[in-house]
Design a protein around this ligand. Structure first.
Ligand code: GCB
Length: 601
């Protein structure tokens, strides 16, 4: 290799690194629902880009070109193209897009809000699946990878008085080095799936903050406030009027203030009484508040302790899908419907599978007293050897914790679901676990793993669990499908569990499919009776596990999946829901509801 060649490689690598860095979104703003803002939701123009080239007839689409005279040649026209509603996946808005997994260009015009003049303006996306590029008035602002976490860009210098043209491309292609990887058991809903907003803040502002009870403490809280801007104030004031708290903290040269507060008399957040306090922050010209619950969550041996007291997690798994309307859930109304189902089943816990759900769900859980398991889509075929994928996983967790770090409801971060055991995976996930702990030491770490002799392995009577990843976790969890992927439900009677760890255990999945309204004898697969029988056999089997501290059956509601193609039964739906896509409760729903009612006593 010549020196010139090496130099070329080096320079282009450096250029690439800077190009990637330059496109990164700005530090994430927290407490978004409580900021001064303007919604960009509504109808957006769109153009499908099958070749993903970003230009039509050689003219780049982000320039939003328009023919200005009768001789002009422009081979696209947003103005006369169709519209998609934002937020909403594109798949469920038009039959032609049901299976579309490529790139779509969106356009929205907006006027700079007069009230934003003199302030800094950010463009905030609650989420877009999967790879997003943003252009404002013909200039690239930046990009973001990942379908389920928020991102924002500062546009103060780019926004104009009067009309602005925002063009966004979203690419839902599945990548081998993506998170998730290429194959999942859920629908790859693409597009601007969550709210889009403009947020105005003062020149120096509180970008994010955290306040939580210290592990093991009934009233000592700690946290931080991060400021952003040029001339920063040198202190931050924290007020919780209901507790008579008012305290100032000094800001260091990096704009960070470390908080230590004694919340004497604080009523802790519990599922029975999910008390939230108004926490108000002031720094210079900026004011921001948030509604925060205070609780601790810890383990002692195999016990799970909420505020120091043993708790059993009466849970259920949930995809972020609003099936009666169709497509990804995003609104508060969607959250009310889905979490309402869980409450009806006597749940105090929801596993938000298999990726971060929208902020409405998490905030509503906070108000309703539903504890949450939150995860990233480190699911099935992840490229464990790839360092870039590890960086992506860390960043995605960072974005999730930046958004949800103050939610009392969130008690568990889950670092993966059903991943094959090998050294590369163990190294990767250990690095993820360390990273998550470094960002948040007030919650527990778990992962949905598998027994050693996995659920499809036949007739072993003993199901062993000794996954080495268990060493990194506070709470052990595994998915098991005895009686569904392996034999009939009565097989549950002969199973025993041998679990290596003396840690709390959650059975993070179990269940089987049934088509709502399909009635037959209990040995007929896909009947409600089969599913009911499976649940009746599974519950006593799980209750033999001494470490059992929670269950989250698979799954609350039927959901779309390209892996499920049995005509007249599945038709593209995973039928393991306890409720159908039309909202019908299946028989097994009542088995869980009754069991949880007993457990709650
Ligand atoms: C699993 C996966 C989940 C699937 C489920 C099933 O173990 O974690 O994503 O949908 O099984 O239905 O087989």
């Amino acid at each position: 290799m010549t020196t010139a060649f090496l130099r070329h490689v080096l320079l282009s690598t450096i250029a690439l690194i800077f190009a990637i860095e330059a496109a990164h979104p700005a530090e994430l703003i927290g407490a978004v629902p409580n900021r001064e803002q303007w919604s960009l939701n509504g109808k957006w123009r769109y153009i499908v880009d099958v070749y993903q080239g970003g230009s039509f007839g050689f003219s780049p689409v982000w320039r939003d070109a328009q023919a200005t005279n009768k001789s002009d040649r422009v081979e696209y026209d947003f103005e006369n193209s169709g519209t998609l509603y934002v937020p909403c996946d594109w798949n469920s808005q038009d039959d032609k897009l049901l299976y579309f997994e490529g790139k779509i260009w969106y356009r929205k015009k907006f006027d700079r809000p007069p009230a934003a003049r003199g302030k800094r303006l950010f463009l905030y996306f609650d989420g877009a699946n999967y790879d997003t590029k943003v252009y404002l008035n013909g200039r690239e602002i930046g990009g973001h990878e990942g379908g389920f976490t928020p991102f924002n860009f500062e546009i103060t210098a780019d926004v104009r008085d009067g009309e602005n043209t925002l063009i966004v491309s979203v690419n839902a292609t599945r990548y081998g080095d993506g998170i998730p990887g290429k194959v999942t058991d859920w629908w790859n809903y693409g597009g601007l799936t969550r709210d889009v907003r403009l947020i105005a803040v003062p020149q120096a502002f509180i970008s994010n903050f955290r306040l939580q009870l210290k592990p093991g403490s009934a009233s000592a809280a700690s946290g931080w406030v991060q400021l952003n801007g040029e001339a920063l104030p040198d202190s931050v004031e924290v007020r919780i009027d209901e507790l008579g708290v008012q305290q100032s903290f000094s800001v260091n040269k990096d704009g960070l203030a470390l908080l230590e507060l004694d919340l004497e008399g604080v009523q802790r957040w519990t599922p029975q009484d999910p008390k939230l306090y108004e926490v108000a922050l002031a720094a210079g010209a900026d004011r921001v508040a948030d509604q925060i619950g205070f609780r601790t969550i810890e383990t002692r041996g195999a016990d799970l302790l909420l505020n120091g007291e043993s708790v059993f997690l009466r849970g259920v798994s949930l995809h972020e899908e609003e099936p009666t309307r169709g497509g990804r859930a995003w609104s508060m109304a969607d959250a009310e419907k889905l979490l309402g189902y869980a409450q009806e089943m006597n749940c105090n816990f929801v596993r938000l599978a298999h990726y971060p759900h929208n902020e409405n769900i998490v905030r509503l859980a906070d108000k309703l007293g539903l504890m949450l398991w939150c995860e990233q889509p480190l699911y099935w075929g992840i490229d464990w050897k790839n360092r870039t994928v590890l960086q992506k996983a860390k960043r995605m967790f960072g974005e999730q914790i930046a958004r949800d770090g103050n939610r009392a409801a969130v008690i568990i971060w889950s670092i993966c679901n059903e991943t094959g055991r090998n050294d590369d995976r163990n190294r990767f996930l250990t690095a993820v676990a360390d990273h998550v702990r470094s960002l948040d030491d007030t919650r527990l770490l778990s992962a949905a793993l598998k027994p050693d002799n996995d659920h499809t392995s036949g007739s072993d009577r003993v199901l062993r669990f000794s996954d080495p990843l268990g060493e990194q976790l506070d709470v052990i969890a595994f998915n098991e499908y005895v009686g569904w992927y392996n034999g009939l439900p009565d097989r549950c009677r002969e199973k025993r569990f041998e679990i290596k760890f003396n840690k709390p255990l959650i059975v993070s999945e179990f269940g089987g499919g049934a088509l709502a309204g399909n009635h037959a004898d209990r040995e007929t697969r896909w009947s409600e009776e089969f599913q009911e029988w499976l649940y009746e056999e599974t519950i006593p089997m799980l209750e033999t596990i001494p470490q059992l501290r929670g269950t989250s059956p698979w799954i609350l509601v039927d959901f779309r999946s390209p892996l499920r193609q049995l005509p007249a039964i599945q038709d593209g739906w995973n039928r393991k829901g306890l409720i159908s896509e039309r909202g019908e409760r299946k028989k097994a729903f009542y088995v869980m509801k009754d069991w949880y009612e007993e457990k709650a006593k």
